[in-house]
Every structure is written in structure tokens, then in C-alpha cells.
Design a protein around this ligand. Structure first.
Ligand SMILES: Cc1cc2nc3c(=O)[nH]c(=O)nc-3n(C[C@H](O)[C@H](O)[C@H](O)COP(=O)(O)OP(=O)(O)OC[C@H]3O[C@@H](n4cnc5c(N)ncnc54)[C@H](O)[C@@H]3O)c2cc1C
Length: 568
């Protein structure tokens, strides 16, 4: 059987960064559902934050202004030790990426260029045109090729083998051969990315199903703050393709159907379009719901860059221009871009400490799948790429310590039994009658339910209805089988396996949202409109039980920045 010191699940930025840290010091396998370069990290557009102070107008920027912005942006739910680490170590990590070869856009003096992003008091998003994620991932991937990593491409992990409080390995499906294989290791790093596909209208790639969170949850790893889901203000209507916040950073203006720069009504900061995402997305939905949006395509507003120097758009926002031309038939140089808020990011996830450690010995997590927590109730744009670099590395360091110091041998027989269990589960799915379109129908109904009841605006009645529907869908899922019996890239099998996880994670999100009777960051309750620090300045912890999540709560680590009213 395959035996390693560490198994990393996921080949995005967080997984690769952890792998590079470990390589040479431990025997490391990386299992990834898609080839690393196809990970969602490559879709990131706008930038990665770091207080470099590279522009005339941001010389004063420093670790503490960045930390303060992050904590205020999080509506005080971020753990402040974690936020400070993000901002401090982030500077080194961004320079490291520069030295490894990322083709960052440049200032006239040749320094890394920086643009303003939402909720930041200084222009601190470092960018490579509007393809920052692609540039980072390509450089990180090339770097990883020099390292000693055993990469298993197109392997989907289906189970973490946890027994007696320790992890012993994983069971994975080779998507190419249909073979179910066991991998032994005493340390696992989960870096499986986001869960946007639990929603219907999302910027996320089809691979972002949150399955990594589900397998962790089933294995007894606790999830943290899952109810906090980010909606990005500007997606293209109908497809949900992201139009980066960098467009507003470069001076793009949001307008309603009456041509009003409506954000001025909602915030007093300048420019008002650069308020944090939760506030802009909500304001946009109010405009649409009150009839000041354009009615077709589900309702939308305008993001206007026609007043900008066309050279800026061509150089710094070239991909945005291309996407808008290809998918909407509109050239942003000539006409405004149609946009509407869209699911984008999960602030919560696998609960970890500042070194990526979870509640189960030997299991670590990093990147979007994890909740450290640095984003609290609302993430600032360009802080997520940064998180993958900083906490991907830290998880690698901590995992290596664990490998060296923990005297414990993982059990091959536990992993073998888990392989038998998963094989029989898959056989069971093949034997059930209800294959074909039923799983797709359940998935679509789940996604619509999340959009409708667990979206930007939430309330008790809606959340209860959403939870009821999810429970019905889970019942229907029990009968679902797989009718396509192929072994090579069996997409129906993959969908059914992932759907089980999506249903459980959706339940955690919806029930966590129902329990939290306050408004904080992206979690807006129309029936509890105020933040309630007395009762709710705490992290939600969800533990798996066969009857649904069991919730408990943990205090937030407050440091220098005492909770204040959050005004922009
Ligand atoms: C369109 C878009 C634009 C964005 N723009 C920005 C931006 O400008 N700035 C910013 O800071 N953030 C941005 N974000 C967010 C940011 O890109 C992501 O949060 C971050 O890249 C996630 O990195 P990751 O390494 O955690 O996961 P990913 O890059 O998503 O990688 C996940 C990996 O896990 C693997 N995987 C998943 N499940 C399994 C399994 N069961 N078994 C094996 N492998 C598995 C996949 O193969 C993949 O390799 C953007 C996000 C989107 C969707």
C-alpha cells in the first residue's frame, strides 16, 4: 500500500505551498481531484493584499493598518492573533512569490504595483493585471515541480480514516481508472478549496463542491462559522462569472437604472464603491428589490468604466474586458458592464488554530477549506490568496513538526478496512435503481434552495423552510443510485458522492444561520438587524452526528481592536 509521512489533499495554492514547505523533509503525497493548474486559485483575478507601501499614496500603510482593516471588515469575528499573522507574514510571502517569479504588474519605479480594494484604508492589493491567481498558481506549480512531491493527479479523496482520535490515512478514487485505493499517513493537510457550488448562482468553478469539508466533518473534524457566506457584488448576470473588485479599485462606478451613483446613499466613505463586499452586495440588492435595477436577467445594475482612460482598462483589466465581450456581447470601453451580486466565498470551514491544526490529531487544513479564522464574518477582497500563502506554509511547518515529534504509527489495517467499506458503498450505489437524472435534480433543488433561503438576506421563516427542504432532499438522496457503470471518469458517480457531502454542508450552513439571531458581516438577518456582541461575539462550532450538526460556541480572540460600531 502507498505509505507516506504526509498526505496533502488539494493542488491549489494552499496545498502546493504546504507541499513546498514539507518537501525534502518528509515523504509527501499530494492527491488532487483535478490537475493543480486547474484548481480554482487560477481563476482569482484582482489581487493579493500586503502592506508594502509601494505607491506615493500608501507609504503609511503597515501591518497594523492592514490588521485593523481585516478585523473591522470581519465585523470583529476574526481572531486577532490570526489576522495579525496574516498581515505580518503576508509581506514575506508576497515578496517570496515575487522572487519565485510571479510577473506582478509594476509601478513606474519597478516596484510591485498595488491597487485599492474594498474595505482597505490603503491601496494594498498587489496584482498581475487581472489574472493574479493564474500568475501565482503557475509560479507556485512550477516551483513545486522542482520539489520532491509524489503527485496523484485526478485522485478524489472520499474518506479520512480516523480511529482512536488519530488519523491513519485516506481512501481515494482514481477518476481515470475507477480504482479505490488506500493511502497511509499519520498526517493529512486538507486544502480542498471552496464550496460555492452548493449555491446555484456562484463565481466558483464546478469543482468547488465543499467535499473536503464534508469528508472532514464526517470524520469528526469540527467546522467553524460555516453560516458566513460571501456574496461578491459584481458577477455577470446569468453566468455568475466574476468581475473583479479591481474594476472598482481602478475607478469603476456602480449605477442604477436611473443613472444614480447609488452607493453614495449607503456609505459616506470615498469612493463609496470600495466599501466592503457585504455592504456593497446588500446595497445592490436593495436597489434591485426596490425597482431601481434593470429588470431582465434576474435583475442587474451597471458597473461603469467608460470614463476611465481606455489604456488602464486594456492593460489592467484586460480579462474583464474579454469576458464581458465574450459572455455579454458588451465592450466595457463603450458601455457599462451588467452586474449582480453572486455567491463567492466561504468565510467558515474546517476549524483550525493558527498553525492549521484541527481538533483531530494529525489533521491540518489550510486555504479556503479552512477557517483559521482571519476573515470572521466578512472577508476583505485580496485577503484570501494571501491566506493560502501564509497558512499553507504554516500548516506545512506544523505538519512537519508533528511528523517528527509524534511517536505514533498509523494502522494499515484500519486503512484497508476503510477501502473495503468505500468499495462496498460504491457497489451499493451501482446496485440501486434510482440513477440517472435524480441526483442532478436534487443538486439543482439544493442550489436553488440555498440561493433563495440562505442568501444575502435571511430570516427565521425562510431559513426554516430551507432546512425543511434540505431534510426532504436528504431523504430523497437515500434512494439515489448510479446508473452509469463506467470506471473511467464516471461523472455520475462523482456527482452522487459529492452530493451527499453538499447536502450535509448545506444543512450546517442553514442551521448555523438560523441559530445566529443577529446580523454580523455577510450574515444579515432581516428579523435581527443589529449585531449582538453580548450574545453572539463567538464562533459557531459544528460537530457531525447522524441526526445533523451539534452546535457549540467558542470565544473570539480579541486583541488590540475592541469591537466598535462598524461604519464606512
Ligand atoms: C473567480 C474567483 C476570483 C477570485 N479572486 C480572488 C482575488 O482576486 N483575490 C483573493 O484574495 N481571492 C480571490 N478569490 C478567492 C481565492 O481564489 C480562493 O479562496 C483561493 O484561491 C483558494 O485556494 P485553495 O488552495 O484553498 O483552493 P483551490 O485553489 O480551490 O484548490 C482546491 C484543490 O483541492 C482539490 N480537491 C478538492 N476536493 C478534493 C478531494 N476530495 N480529493 C482530492 N482533491 C480535492 C482540487 O483538485 C484543487 O486542486 C477568487 C475566487 C474566485 C472563485
Amino acid at each position: 500500500m502507498n505509505k507516506f509521512d504526509v498526505i496533502i489533499i488539494g493542488g491549489g495554492l494552499a496545498g502546493l505551498r504546504a507541499g513546498i514547505e514539507l518537501s525534502g523533509n518528509a515523504k509527501v503525497a499530494m492527491l488532487t481531484k483535478v490537475y493543480p493548474m486547474r484548481s480554482h486559485s487560477s481563476a482569482a483575478e484582482g489581487g493579493v493584499n500586503a502592506a508594502l507601501g509601494n505607491r506615493g499614496d500608501n507609504k503609511e500603510d503597515n501591518v497594523y493598518t492592514h490588521t485593523y482593516d481585516t478585523v473591522k471588515g470581519s465585523d470583529y469575528l476574526a481572531d486577532q492573533d490570526a489576522a495579525e499573522i496574516l498581515c505580518k507574514e503576508g509581506i514575506d510571502r508576497v515578496y517570496e512569490m515575487e522572487h519565485w517569479g510571479v510577473p506582478f504588474s509594476r509601478t513606474e519605479e519597478g516596484k510591485i504595483a498595488q491597487r485599492p480594494f474594498g474595505g482597505g484604508s490603503y491601496a494594498r492589493a498587489c496584482y498581475a493585471s487581472d489574472k493574479t491567481g493564474h500568475a501565482l498558481l503557475e509560479t507556485m506549480y512550477e516551483r513545486s515541480l522542482k520539489e520532491n512531491l509524489f503527485v496523484f493527479n485526478e485522485y478524489m479523496v472520499l474518506k479520512l480514516v480516523v480511529k482512536d482520535g488519530y488519523v491513519h490515512g485516506v481512501v481515494a478514487l482514481s477518476l481515470r481508472t475507477g480504482e479505490v485505493e488506500g493511502f497511509i499517513a499519520k498526517t493529512i493537510i486538507i486544502a480542498t478549496g471552496g464550496l460555492g457550488r452548493i449555491y446555484s448562482f456562484t463565481t466558483n468553478a464546478h469543482i468547488n463542491t465543499g467535499f473536503g469539508n464534508a469528508i472532514a466533518y464526517w470524520a469528526g473534524v469540527t467546522l467553524k462559522d460555516s453560516e458566513f457566506i460571501q456574496f461578491h457584488p459584481t458577477g455577470l448576470p446569468t453566468t455568475g462569472i466574476l468581475i473583479t473588485e479591481g474594476v472598482r479599485g481602478e475607478g469603476g462606478i456602480l449605477k442604477n437604472r436611473l443613472g444614480e451613483r447609488f452607493m453614495e446613499k449607503y456609505v459616506s466613505m470615498k469612493p463609496p464603491e470600495l466599501a466592503p463586499r457585504d455592504i456593497v452586495a446588500r446595497s445592490m440588492m436593495i436597489e434591485i428589490n426596490e425597482g431601481r435595477g434593470f429588470p431582465d436577467m434576474g435583475g442587474y445594475l451597471h458597473l461603469d468604466v467608460t470614463h476611465l482612460d481606455p489604456e488602464i482598462v486594456k492593460k489592467r483589466l484586460s480579462q474583464i474586458r474579454e469576458l464581458t465581450i465574450s459572455f455579454m456581447g458588451i465592450d466595457p470601453l463603450k458601455k457599462p458592464i451588467p452586474v449582480r451580486p453572486v455567491q463567492h466565498y466561504s468565510m467558515g470551514g474546517i476549524g483550525t488554530d493558527i498553525d492549521g491544526a484541527t481538533n483531530i490529531k494529525g489533521i491540518y487544513a489550510a486555504g479556503e477549506a479552512a477557517c483559521v479564522s482571519v476573515h470572521g464574518a466578512n472577508r476583505l477582497g485580496a485577503n484570501s490568496l494571501l491566506e493560502t500563502l501564509v497558512f499553507g506554509r504554516r500548516a506545512g511547518v506544523a505538519a512537519l513538526n508533528y511528523v517528527r515529534n509524534e511517536r505514533f504509527n498509523p494502522s494499515e489495517s484500519y486503512v484497508n478496512s476503510a477501502v473495503v467499506e468505500i468499495k462496498s458503498k460504491i457497489k451499493g450505489l451501482f446496485n440501486k435503481k434510482n440513477g440517472g437524472t435524480e441526483s442532478t435534480k436534487i443538486m439543482h433543488e439544493l442550489q436553488q434552495t440555498m440561493d433563495k433561503y440562505v442568501g444575502i438576506f435571511r430570516n427565521q421563516i425562510g431559513l426554516e423552510r430551507g432546512i425543511e427542504i434540505i431534510a426532504d432532499l436528504k431523504k430523497r438522496f437515500e434512494k439515489v443510485g448510479v446508473s452509469s457503470k463506467g470506471t473511467t471518469y464516471n461523472l455520475e458517480l462523482i456527482r452522487v458522492l459529492e452530493l451527499e457531502g453538499m447536502l450535509d454542508i448545506a444543512e450546517v450552513i442553514a442551521k448555523g444561520a438560523l441559530a445566529r439571531t443577529e446580523t454580523r458581516g455577510a450574515h444579515f438577518r432581516t428579523d435581527h438587524k443589529e449585531r449582538d456582541d453580548t450574545n453572539w461575539l463567538k464562533h459557531t462550532i459544528a460537530e457531525y452526528t447522524p441526526d445533523g450538526p451539534r452546535f457549540s460556541y467558542q470565544p473570539v480572540l480579541i486583541g488590540k481592536y475592541k469591537p466598535q460600531k462598524r461604519v464606512y
